[in-house]
Design a protein around this ligand. Structure first.
Ligand SMILES: CC(C)(COP(=O)(O)OP(=O)(O)OC[C@H]1O[C@@H](n2cnc3c(N)ncnc32)[C@H](O)[C@@H]1OP(=O)(O)O)[C@@H](O)C(=O)NCCC(=O)NCCS
Length: 233
């Protein structure tokens, strides 16, 4: 096979969606710390994966990690304990990728973001969405939201709701783009600074007009970022 077959497809987004697995737990926790530094206690993703009401999606990077993150440990020397040095160096090399420490381990898919939804009897509730800081602005948050909306529609849910900090205009823009409407305020909802939460809801997500709107937005996302494989259940 010629090398040209291995070139990335320019029409493909280099990220894909799939349900979160147990092997993603450390990376999910790392992304949560990155996205919500004041959150306490942190989410127990292990428990969430066992929660029958909860569904978590992750966005993962389709390309393999660059070779420098997979470099073999250096040759052993006589003047220090080799196992410690090689462990340190291989950890340091791995952390060179994107210049940040990472819970990613060789052989794993690299997770760039996650989104969690709780399915209540009459609506879906997005409980968390976060993208690694150095992967924001590349359409991954939007891809996760598209996946969550498609998942909710496939589960015959009529409405999706969520809370967002009143100061978080970036996330509010994302939700507004997908026709989430402000429905009210929860006073002092966030325990770290008593900030208010804005409740936003996308109602009638299985209706004809929302179906058409979602089709247009998904097509626009694909035109801009490339098509992404989406496994939502
Ligand atoms: C909110 C978050 C998930 C968005 O993820 P992302 O991958 O950066 O977003 P995308 O690149 O897919 O952008 C999608 C939309 O979000 C909005 N958005 C993203 N970055 C923005 C910015 N810097 N300024 C304003 N709006 C922005 C826009 O509406 C954008 O659509 P557009 O490009 O057509 O304008 C991400 O910023 C994040 O993890 N933030 C920290 C955690 C958080 O706040 N989570 C939400 C809690 S409710």
């Amino acid at each position: 096979m010629s090398a040209v077959h291995n070139l990335p497809d320019p029409n493909k987004m280099p990220y894909a969606l799939r349900p979160m697995h147990e092997r993603d737990l450390a990376q999910a926790a790392e992304i949560e710390r990155d996205a919500f530094p004041t959150l306490f206690p942190p989410t127990s993703f292990r428990r969430e994966l066992k929660n029958r009401l909860a569904r978590y999606l992750v966005a993962w990077r389709c390309e393999d990690p660059p070779p420098e993150s997979q470099v073999a440990p250096p040759e052993q020397t006589d003047y220090a304990r080799p196992s410690q040095i090689s462990r340190f160096l291989s950890r340091a090399r791995k952390n060179l990728w994107r210049g940040r420490p990472s819970a990613w381990q060789p052989g794993q898919q690299y997770i760039t973001g996650f989104l969690g939804t709780w399915y209540m009897p009459d609506e879906a509730h997005i409980v968390s969405v976060g993208v690694r800081a150095d992967y924001r602005g590349c359409g991954i948050g939007e891809l996760l939201l598209i996946g969550a909306i498609e998942q909710a529609r496939a589960r015959r849910t009529q409405a999706i709701t969520l809370e967002v900090r009143t100061s978080n205009h970036i996330a509010q823009n994302l939700y507004k783009k997908y026709d989430f409407q402000p429905m009210g305020i929860r006073k002092g909802y966030y325990t770290d600074n008593r900030e208010d939460a804005l409740i936003m809801t996308a109602a009638h997500i299985r209706g004809l007009s929302y179906t058409e709107r979602l089709r247009q937005l998904t097509a626009a996302h694909q035109d801009r970022w490339g098509s992404a494989d989406r496994t939502i259940s």
